[in-house]
Design a protein around this ligand. Structure first.
Ligand SMILES: [Mn+2]
Length: 326
């Protein structure tokens, strides 16, 4: 792993005009890592372009520098190299995937357990808590100065991908990096406030509607809930506002597996699954053509109603609880 990091630092040193990209529907780790690395490389005198096909969602609009995101890839711009951050699969690069991958060398920094190899030079550490943690190490190795804004972005990346240092991937190294970032001036309470106490009233109303249909079954071991297009329209919210709702179902002490079902505007139903301990929801998601890892997975289905999907998901989850993962 150390060697991959060193190879990447060396390769970055050879290029001047860099394009940075991340995955579609970017989360806090994606955007925080992207903006921080952009600032870090600029402090080293490089010309940097940060690309994301969508602007930062409103819940991440507190990240310093988000206004710099380029949402289109100009036809005429040529780059010396590209770096994809927090992207576990080439297809998650989005609609410009093919053009992005023509940039050479194409480098990849990622921590997804189910990472699928792509690009020319990869530094992948499956199981690292956040890409932000890796970007910090890279910045140190490059001898870059980490500005207070970049430190803020990296700290946000780490806190958001670890759910506030709560998830299993959180290690002593995570805290060591977080400590360094706080020493650089980050205010942990400010970041926590932006990440965890930042609901709009419309988002809270959507959560009310979703919790109102929470169903607990199988001896209180399964919790399932859903959001319809109607609920989004009635509350003036978008799909992005449902992020993290599934954690409310998982918060029940007795619950082993939770499901969140969302109706999309294209007639597709998307299902998120979460589990505790050894229960493997990736196995279930795979059966429906999706994927993920043991405790967090998902899939999408076209042409079905929420009621149908809901019953089918409950059947599969009950079967798993009764018979294990075989
Ligand atoms: Mn991540």
């Amino acid at each position: 792993m150390k060697r991959a990091l060193e190879a990447m630092a060396k390769e970055i040193g050879r290029h001047r005009k860099l394009l940075l990209a991340t995955h579609i529907n970017p989360d806090g780790d994606a955007l925080g890592s992207l903006l921080a690395l952009g600032a870090v490389l600029e402090s080293l005198g490089k010309e940097v372009f940060c690309y994301s096909e969508e602007p930062a969602p409103s819940m991440y609009a507190f990240l310093p520098g988000h206004q710099r995101l380029m949402t289109t890839l100009p036809e005429t711009l040529a780059f010396d190299a590209a770096i994809a951050l927090d992207c576990g699969d080439r297809f998650r690069l989005g609609r410009e995937m093919e053009r992005l991958l023509t940039i050479q060398p194409f480098m990849v920094i990622d921590h997804h357990v189910e990472h699928k190899e792509f690009g020319d030079l990869e530094w992948v550490e499956p199981g690292r808590a956040a890409t932000g943690e890796m970007v910090y190490e890279l910045a140190k190795l490059l001898g870059a100065e980490i500005s207070p804004q970049a430190a803020f972005c990296l700290y946000t990346a780490i806190v958001s991908d670890t759910g506030g240092f709560r998830y299993a991937a959180t290690t002593a190294e995570t805290f060591a990096v977080a400590r360094d970032l706080v020493l650089l001036g980050v205010d942990p309470a400010a970041v926590a406030g932006w990440l965890f106490n930042n609901y709009s009233c419309s988002r809270m109303r959507l959560l009310q509607a979703v919790l109102a249909n929470l169903e607990i079954c199988a001896g209180e071991r399964i919790a399932i809930m859903s959001a319809t297009m109607r609920m989004l329209a009635d509350t003036g919210t978008t799909a992005a506002d449902t992020e993290g709702f599934i954690n409310y179902a998982l918060a029940l002490q007795s619950v082993q597996v939770a499901a969140f079902i969302r109706e999309g505007d294209n007639g597709r139903i998307s299902v998120s699954l979460r589990s505790k301990g050894e229960w493997d929801v990736a196995a279930i998601a795979t059966r429906f053509g999706g994927g993920g890892h043991r405790n967090a997975a998902g899939f999408r289905l076209p042409d079905r109603t929420i009621a149908e999907v809901r019953q089918s998901v409950i059947d599969h989850l009950m079967h798993m609880l009764a018979h294990g993962n075989e």
